[in-house]
Design a protein around this ligand. Structure first.
Ligand code: MG
Length: 348
């Protein structure tokens, strides 16, 4: 009998297939702007933007962050990358009997601080305890609602002056050939920080998680205008995000390896461990698709915010073949395949 394996929750092709076979078909279809089966960062129904994430990161506290900061940031970012304004967060805690109170206090304090930082309050919640040994310390589930803003309307109006724009939100299916792809900073920091602190490789002295709420940075990008698609490259990293965009927007994407920012410590650690920094998760980065005329303006706006200081233009959407082609630093071309799952388990 087939059973659940770790890869079913690892954010790549194996999870996509699992969801579309065993989860999504059982749920009745609702008529909504962005429905369940579009499997975007958030759903949009009756004008409300809604998202939810369960967090199982191991360890609970890691270089650069903890499960509390991660859960607030991840959920706020899923709302923000739709082009929506996050309004409020709900939080469910499941705790293991015997977990020490200091850890609980520290993580809740971090959630509160991150909520202050992004200006999105936690307004409701639920707490349950499970017996010792039946759960690994703590699972934090956060949900958020968001709403449409004049900022998004203005941004899409500017994009529409350059070309016809299909969706009213910054969805995965909204790219067109010619659109420019921007990343808001270095790739792979979170995955390497988690792996390193878990396995004790010692990279943690150099690499910290990038976990951060991005709603303020994204608001600046929208103010510049011309953004049509956004996504936070979490599990499966940039490779997964770009491949999802190719299949949902029916375009090809060409990227320049030399333009993709990767920290030296992350590149070194990935080399040593034989993993690709473009396939591991980020928790404080956005990938942005923008009409070509506004790309420099959006880049400049994003770079003006601390979370976006390393932002770069990395490529362009193309007509035809729905694949991600990377021009390598040595002048070759290779296909950037969609990862089967994030190589680092329990990354978020
Ligand atoms: Mg997302």
């Amino acid at each position: 009998m087939p059973r659940i394996v770790m890869n079913h929750g690892a954010g790549g092709e194996a999870m996509q297939e699992f969801l579309s076979k065993h989860i999504v078909p059982h749920f009745p279809k609702a008529s909504s702007d962005v429905p369940l089966d579009s499997m975007d960062d958030s759903a949009v129904i009756d004008g409300i933007v809604l998202t939810i994430d369960g967090h199982t990161v191991d360890p609970l506290i890691f270089p650069g962050g903890d499960i509390g900061r991660l859960s607030v940031s991840g959920t706020v970012n899923d709302i923000a990358v739709m082009g929506a304004t996050p309004v409020a967060i709900a939080c469910s805690l499941i705790l293991e009997e015997g977990l020490d109170m200091d850890t609980v206090d520290r993580i809740m304090e971090s959630m509160g601080r991150t909520s202050m930082e992004c200006g999105v309050p936690i307004v409701t919640g639920d707490t349950k305890v499970m017996g010792a040994g039946t759960l690994d310390k703590m699972v934090v589930t956060t949900s958020a609602v968001g709403r449409r803003s004049e900022l998004l309307d203005g941004n899409l109006a500017i994009a529409s002056q350059c070309r016809a724009v299909k969706d009213r939100w910054c969805t995965d299916s909204n790219l067109a050939p010619g659109d420019v792809i921007i990343v808001s900073g270095t790739m792979g920091d979170h995955g390497v920080a988690i792996l390193s602190s878990r396995e004790g490789y010692g990279f943690e002295s150099e690499v910290e998680s990038d976990v951060a709420p991005l709603n303020k940075m994204i608001a600046e990008g929208l103010r510049a205008g011309g953004i049509v698609s956004m996504k936070d490259p979490t599990r499966g990293g940039l490779a997964n995000t770009l491949n999802e965009w190719c299949s949902k927007s029916r375009v090809g994407i060409e990227v320049e390896q030399a333009s993709i920012p990767v920290r030296e410590g992350v590149a070194g650690a990935c080399d040593l461990l034989g993993i690709d920094p473009l396939s591991i998760g980020n928790e404080g980065k956005a990938v942005i698709g923008c009409v070509p005329d506004l790309a420099e303006d959006v880049l400049k706006a994003i770079r003006g915010i601390p979370e976006g200081r390393d932002a770069a233009i990395i490529g362009v959407a193309k007509e035809g073949n729905r694949r991600v082609v990377m021009r390598t630093e040595v002048g070759g071309r290779r296909i950037l395949e969609p990862p089967s799952g994030d190589p680092v388990p329990r990354i978020c």
